[in-house]
Structures are given as structure tokens and as C-alpha cells.
Design a binder for this molecule. Structure first.
Ligand SMILES: O=C([C@H](O)CO)[C@H](O)[C@H](O)COP(=O)(O)O
Length: 208
């Protein structure tokens, strides 16, 4: 299991500081969608240059022009790029072509997918590396969490590995670990913690 820190709202300097402080606990640094909107691929390049032992995920949430946009992220140094599960099959297939070209990986973000089981079965046959259930930031306030969706994905996947995101915190991580996921994504619970190193260390210690 890998711990992925979602870096959504910090500055680049703050992110580099966080990754330095939490060395050994964070396996994947996610350059979050809001960060990409703010700074483009600059943080992807900077993190990759400074931390060669950490994988970098560009949370581009690609929705169209899959191969072209994934190419841009991989050229900047991303190891993993995200595409939305609600996209057309052609878009996801384009991302997979791009990943194969660069020897890198694709994660499909299942945010807002209506028929999760059916769409997971379809996407699992497209050659993607990870299928990530994701409770949207905008619906987390309603109390929804991603555990039930993780169970649906785990039940049907045969090829891809599962990942989970959306409001994961120390109090919910054990249930997720027990259900099983290759990647556990944690944003706010690490970035907004008083002691980010201690929180990451603790989270990492819960992973199998
Ligand atoms: O992908 C994310 C969200 O859609 C904003 O872009 C977050 O990185 C992801 O949800 C993890 O963050 P937390 O929910 O704060 O753990």
C-alpha cells in the first residue's frame, strides 16, 4: 500500500518543505488539480527534480484530448496522470497510449460516475493502472465517504489496482486499509495538520 499526499492548496515552497519533513512516509506526491490550475506543470518538474525517490502524480483530471494532455504531464516528469472515468472511452484509451509511450501510469478518477460497478468493469479492460474511487470535495460536507464505493470497485476489478480519495483521515484509514487499496490519497488531513510529519508517519504506520 502507498500513501499519496494530495498537494492542493499550498505554495510550491510549502510543498517542497512538506515533502522534506515527511521523507520516508509519503510514497507519492500529488500535484493537485487546484495547484495545476495555479501553476501548471512547474510543481511537477520541481518535485521530480528534488525528490527522486518519490513518485509524482499529476492530478490533471483529463476529460478530453487524452493522449495529447497526458503527454504534456509525462513530458514534465509525472509518473502517474489522472483521467476522469466519466470521459469517453477514446479519451481514457488515449491516456493509456501516452503512458505506454513514456513507460508511466494512468489512474482513472471515478468521481461523479453514476453506475460505478458497470463503468469499473469497462475501464478495467482498457489497460489503466489504477481505478480510484473519489468522494468529491464538494459533497464531503454531506458526510459521504469513499469506503462503500471502494468495496464496489474491489469486488469487480481484475486488472487494475484500486485507489481511494476524498476526505480520508486518521479516524477512517483503518477501515480502508482493511478493505484494501493500493494507493490511499490524503489531502487536507496531512496538509492542514499542525504536525505534518507526525500525521504522515502515523498514517503510513497504519498501511499494510
Ligand atoms: O482531488 C482532489 C479534489 O478533487 C480537489 O482537486 C483532492 O486532492 C482529493 O480529494 C484529496 O484531498 P482530501 O479530500 O482533502 O483528502
Amino acid at each position: 500500500m502507498k500513501l499519496q499526499a494530495a498537494l492542493d492548496t499550498l505554495t510550491l515552497d510549502e510543498c517542497l518543505e512538506l515533502l522534506e519533513e515527511t521523507k520516508g512516509y509519503i510514497d507519492i506526491a500529488e500535484v493537485g488539480t487546484p495547484f495545476i490550475i495555479e501553476a501548471g506543470m512547474v510543481p511537477v518538474r520541481a518535485i521530480k527534480e528534488k525528490f527522486d525517490s518519490i513518485e509524482v502524480l499529476a492530478d490533471a483530471k483529463i476529460m478530453d484530448a487524452g493522449e495529447f494532455e497526458a503527454d504534456k504531464c509525462f513530458e514534465a516528469g509525472a509518473d502517474i496522470v489522472t483521467v476522469l472515468g466519466v470521459s469517453n472511452d477514446e479519451t481514457i484509451e488515449g491516456c493509456v497510449r501516452s503512458a505506454k509511450k513514456y513507460g508511466k501510469k494512468i489512474m482513472v478518477d471515478m468521481i461523479a460516475v453514476k453506475d460505478l460497478e458497470q463503468r469499473t468493469i469497462e475501464i478495467d479492460n482498457m489497460g489503466v493502472d489504477y481505478i480510484c474511487v473519489h468522494t468529491a470535495f464538494d459533497v464531503q460536507a454531506s458526510g459521504k465517504d469513499p469506503l462503500e464505493e471502494l468495496k464496489v470497485v474491489n469486488k469487480v476489478i481484475k486488472n487494475a489496482k484500486s485507489a481511494v480519495a476524498g476526505g480520508v483521515k486518521l479516524s477512517t484509514i483503518d477501515d480502508i486499509v482493511n478493505e484494501g487499496a493500493e494507493i490511499i490519497v490524503v489531502g487536507g488531513a496531512i496538509c492542514n495538520a499542525k504536525d505534518r510529519a507526525a500525521t504522515s508517519k502515523k498514517m503510513k504506520s497504519h498501511l499494510k
